[in-house]
Design a protein around this ligand. Structure first.
Ligand code: PGA
Length: 251
């Protein structure tokens, strides 16, 4: 049995005050979440505050990116060991916004996955097609390419120590969610791709859905056989909404 995981991706949102309020709300309401493991991925500068507020609670925290390097002359970068120094459990790797706006290639993403694991973090590897790619009918090709790059570089066993997030780019922040059937189809494809290298890993690795998941659509998405939770952007910025998405995994 794969334990569902619901992770919030705050992206570049918030202030010290709003982060404190959001975390207080999550702590107060986490008791209603029975089944899912819950995490928030904070902007790096708010990770120390997040750690202070969440330590001793069931809620885990993480970063939104990690450098391919462990330390050195890389101005502006955050290394994996710096994240674990502040108690981070997870790191988002290869989010489509980083691929699109920061030129992260499949090769860079694979190196980042490896760097996160080397620091003891659980990488949440994001894959997904653009609208143009979906319309061209090459969704599976794109997702396979993104996944295969990490399997080839890190090995299937290491991939099994992480989490995969299927995030169709056209559904991110747009209010357009993939239908449960559309999402399940790609999730099943991802699991099949993993199974070609290791049926054991394919069976145990969690594959999250991300892209406009919210309290209204979460239960139906998470009821699909191969959807093991969500990576939540917009709806993770309000405690009530995020907790409702987390509780949608209660069975
Ligand atoms: P969204 O973002 O929930 O706001 O669509 C999801 C993500 O980008 O991880």
């Amino acid at each position: 049995m794969r334990q569902p995981l619901v992770a919030g991706n705050w992206k570049m949102n918030g202030s010290r005050a709003s982060v404190a309020e959001l975390l207080a709300g999550l702590k107060a309401g986490i008791g209603r979440v029975k089944a899912a493991e819950v995490a928030v991925c904070a902007p790096a500068i708010y990770i120390p505050d997040t750690q202070k507020q969440l330590e001793g609670t069931p809620i885990k925290w993480g970063g939104q990116d990690v450098s391919v390097h462990a330390s050195g002359a890389y101005t502006g970068e955050i290394a994996g060991p710096m994240l674990t120094d502040f108690g981070c459990h997870f790191a988002i790797i290869g989010h489509s916004e980083r691929r699109a706006y920061h030129g992260e290639t499949d090769a860079t993403v694979a190196q980042k996955f490896e760097a996160a694991r080397a620091a003891g973090l659980v990488p949440i590897l994001c894959v997904g097609e653009t609208l143009d790619e979906r319309e061209q009918g090459i969704t599976e090709q794109v997702v396979a390419r993104q996944l295969d790059a990490v399997i080839a570089h890190c090995g299937i066993e290491m991939v099994g120590q992480g989490v995969i997030a299927y995030e169709p780019v056209w559904a991110i922040g747009t209010g357009k969610t993939a239908s449960p059937e559309q999402a399940q189809e790609v999730h099943a494809f991802i699991r099949g791709r993993l199974a070609a290298s290791s049926p054991v890993v394919a069976d145990s690795v969690r594959v999250l859905y991300g892209g406009s998941m919210n309290p209204k659509n979460a239960a139906e998405l998470m009821a699909q056989a191969d959807i093991d939770g969500g990576l939540i952007g917009g709806a993770s910025l309000k405690a009530d909404d995020f907790l409702a998405v987390c509780a949608a995994a209660n069975r």
